[in-house]
Design a protein around this ligand. Structure first.
Ligand code: IPM
Ligand code: MG
Length: 362
């Protein structure tokens, strides 16, 4: 059975980093026995310009039919004035919800080669390796009712709804426990159970689900404390599981702990391992088209795709190893350069990874 990969470069630096990822995939096909079919489609602002919607039907269909989706980045200055219903970011929310990608894995790994990039003291972050499991298709992002209404006194009132059903909590809990089982077997569930009933239920269901995973040590933390602990003593965490909005916020904090957001990949998975893979960083319109963007987060997203959708663990490790060896050789794009490395552009960085890949044994 041929694997189908939908390729959605998106906007801004999305195209350049996707070219880099495709070059790495071509190398895996040529020298390492990987085989897949690729089809490219527009998404985000680029798609809006062509189809008047950031997630055209044809793109959604392609994504639905594929086994995995690779996404570059969406957004840019020229689309910021658009109505919220057709902003580029809407495409992300649409893909997540239409493909039922409820489990969002966001690793925050500090590469020892880049330890000085963090704003925290090196001893606090050396060896940092956290996985945030963010619920991605529910909670306040999608809850109804939502909107802005006018009250009797003429004043307007905005409202959104934070809602989670037991089954939504249970499935993300399973996903998080299983993720923890493959790591250090410690899971911290983050909620606001002291104030919000919905997260009181969250805590109850996560605890109940935990009985099926006696090998995983479960703890609970309120979100305000978790945000503090992440910058106070981040290495206390192994896996964190949390709601859509708390996960949005905490994953940015965790990413910044590493000091190099240009290095971080992510996976958004459905119940069957189908996934959408994208860098954590955005479309960086200020450097788009200049061969300056760091392609490593996109390349590491390919590694996550190999691991989580295709079960190609050895290939995934090869890609990750090649990235690490490339950093050892002091190749640096501008975002991770402290002046002492070899400053290179997007294409050269991708080529350096490919050179390392080709040196690794088949
Ligand atoms: C993210 C982003 C998105 C989110 C935006 C762009 C809709 O911040 O993936 O973390 O809030 O989920
Ligand atoms: Mg975010």
């Amino acid at each position: 059975m041929t694997r189908k990969i939908a390729v959605l470069p998106g906007d801004g630096i999305g195209h350049e980093i996707m070219d880099a990822a495709m070059a790495v995939l071509a190398c895996l096909e040529l020298n390492h026995g990987f085989d897949a079919e690729y089809e490219t489609a527009m998404v985000g602002g680029t798609a809006y310009d062509e189809f008047e919607h950031p997630l055209p039907e044809s793109t959604l269909k392609l994504a639905k039919e594929a086994d995995a989706v690779l996404l570059g980045a969406v957004g840019g200055y020229e689309w910021e004035h658009l109505d919220i219903s057709v902003r580029p970011e809407i495409a992300l929310l649409g893909l997540r919800s239409e493909l039922d990608l409820f489990s969002n894995l966001r690793p925050a790994i500090l590469y020892p080669q880049l330890a000085d990039a963090s704003s925290l003291k090196p001893e606090l972050v050396a060896g940092l390796d956290i996985m945030i499991v963010r619920e991605l298709t529910g909670g306040i992002y999608f809850g109804k009712p939502r909107g802005v209404r006018t009250l009797e006194n003429g004043e307007r009132e905005g409202y959104n709804t934070l809602v989670y059903s037991e089954s939504e909590i249970r499935r993300i809990a399973h996903s998080a426990f299983q993720t923890a089982q493959k790591r250090d077997k410690r899971l911290c569930s983050v909620d606001k159970a002291n104030v919000l009933e919905v997260t009181e239920l969250w805590r109850e269901i996560v605890t109940e689900t935990g009985k099926e995973y006696p090998d995983v040590e479960l703890s609970h933390m309120y979100v305000d404390n978790a945000s503090m602990q992440l910058v106070r003593e981040p290495k206390q965490f192994d896996v964190i599981v949390t709601t859509n909005m708390f996960g949005d916020i905490l994953s940015d904090t965790a990413a910044m702990l590493t000091g190099s957001i240009g290095m971080l990949p992510s996976a958004s998975l459905d119940e069957n391992g189908k996934g959408m893979y994208e860098p954590v960083h955005g479309s960086a319109p200020d450097i788009a088209g200049q061969n300056k963007a760091n392609p490593l987060a996109m390349i590491l997203s390919v590694a996550m795709m190999l691991r989580y959708t295709f079960g190609e663990l050895a290939l995934a490790e090869k890609v990750e190893k090649a990235v690490s060896l490339t950093l050892d050789e002091a190749y640096r794009t501008a975002d991770i350069d402290d002046g002492s490395g070899r400053l290179v552009g997007t294409k050269e960085m991708a080529q350096a990874v490919i050179n390392q890949l080709n040196k690794l044994e088949n």
